[in-house]
Design a protein around this ligand. Structure first.
Ligand code: PEP
Ligand code: MN
Length: 382
């Protein structure tokens, strides 16, 4: 299903240096006047960055940490803009922040992940934005709840904001991995297919939590045609008062931006198009066969369920399941398929198979009970 948002194309309001890719960079937090000026100057030198970001009010998990320099930081940002010419982007988490940012003539607002998760806060911000013409970028909520993300976008849109974009910053991980937040690209792809005209910018810094991985994730975002990047950059990352591990130096930022390959969606090359059609045809056949095989597999599962039911054996056979995973993974390795991929597939298959078996057993139980009730009724009458 595709929904329509009445929005102004990004190139009309941001005029990115690279038409297809908006670049926002700057420190996690504005800490001191010097840090803001030095970082802004270095970043501006590279000529690749469209907006300078800096957090002014910082949402910290626990009290006592650095909570941002507040209004003073807005002053520094305004001066840094006047000196370098780079436009500024600031996070707003409530109506007071919005008012202060408007007072200081901030060019772009973004809404952080914790705020997006709360419709009351979003509505308060939306109300403060009524009648205002400013671009607003909305980060995904911490949890991969697409309707919640869309709800926030719609509330801001309903307030009359037409310069809109989403920011993908990853989702809180259920299990720890090498990344701070899980990208869950499928959620972003779903958002893209719901709103074709909504620009989506990737924030690899908050996905990675570690500057070493930023380039790889940034490239992945461009590989799936996202429309820009927000990267945290600090003049001295090791000294940063927030998100120290994930910030890159302006030099590192320059090298990341220079290395990135920008992809196009289509090209006019008939030979390539024919080859693509051919590959896709072969893939269609394989997918069709996989579905057929899955159907056959689940038919067998139904038969097993009947046999287990007759003998009153449990649906879950833990030893068998553990052995199954092991053998499937070993086989998959021979085909150079990753353990995690194959594990996920068979977890899904097994889950479906368990649910089919419990359904079959439930029906058989019911049939047995109904038969018993009828038999009892017959004998009562006899
Ligand atoms: C930030 O951009 O510094 C920030 C706080 O991000 P998020 O809301 O994605 O955690
Ligand atoms: Mn940060």
């Amino acid at each position: 299903m595709m929904d329509k948002l009445d929005i102004i194309p990004m190139k009309a309001w941001a005029s990115p240096r690279n038409e297809n890719c908006l670049i926002i960079a700057g420190p996690c937090s504005a800490e001191t006047r010097d840090q803001v000026f030095q970082t802004a100057k270095e970043i501006q030198k590279s000529d690749r960055v469209d907006f300078f970001r800096a957090g002014v009010w910082k949402p910290r998990t626990r009290p006592g940490g650095f909570e941002g320099a507040g209004i003073e930081a807005l002053e520094w940002l305004k001066e840094a803009r006047a000196e370098t010419g780079i436009k500024i982007a600031v996070e707003a988490a409530n109506s007071r922040h919005v008012e202060q940012c408007l007072k200081y003539d901030v060019d772009v607002l973004w809404i952080g992940t914790r705020t997006t998760a709360n419709p009351f806060s979003i509505q308060e911000i939306a109300d403060a934005l009524k009648g205002v013409d400013i671009p607003v970028l909305i980060k995904n909520p911490m949890n991969p709840d697409l309707p919640l993300w869309i709800g926030a976008i719609e509330r801001i849109h309903k307030a009359g904001i037409r310069k809109l974009a989403a920011i993908h910053r990853g989702f809180f991980p259920f299990e720890r991995t090498h990344l701070r937040n899980i990208p869950k690209w499928e959620v972003v792809i779903e958002l893209k297919s719901r709103f074709h005209n909504l620009p989506i910018i990737c924030d690899p810094s908050h996905i990675c939590g570690n500057s070493a991985y930023v380039e790889k994730i940034a490239q992945k975002a461009l590989d799936i045609n996202l429309n820009g990047l927000m990267i945290e950059s600090h003049i001295k990352p090791e000294k940063a008062l927030s998100d120290s591990a994930q910030q890159v130096t302006p030099d590192h930022l320059e090298s990341i931006l220079a290395n990135l390959k920008h992809r196009v969606v289509e090209i006019e090359d008939s030979k390539f198009k024919d080859a693509l059609t051919d590959f896709r045809g072969q893939i269609d056949d394989i997918d069709y066969q996989m579905t057929e095989l899955m159907g056959e597999r689940m038919d067998l599962v139904r038969q097993i369920a009947r046999e287990k039911w007759k003998r009153n054996i449990s649906v879950l056979q833990l030893k068998h399941w553990e052995n199954m995973q092991k053998t499937r993974i070993e086989h998959a390795r021979e085909r150079e398929l990753s353990d995690t991929f194959i594990k996920k597939i068979f977890q899904l298959v097994h889950k479906e198979s368990i649910s089919i078996q419990t359904d079959v057993m439930h029906i058989l139980n019911k049939e047995k009970q109904e038969k018993k009730d009828t038999d009892d009724g017959d004998s009562d009458q006899a």
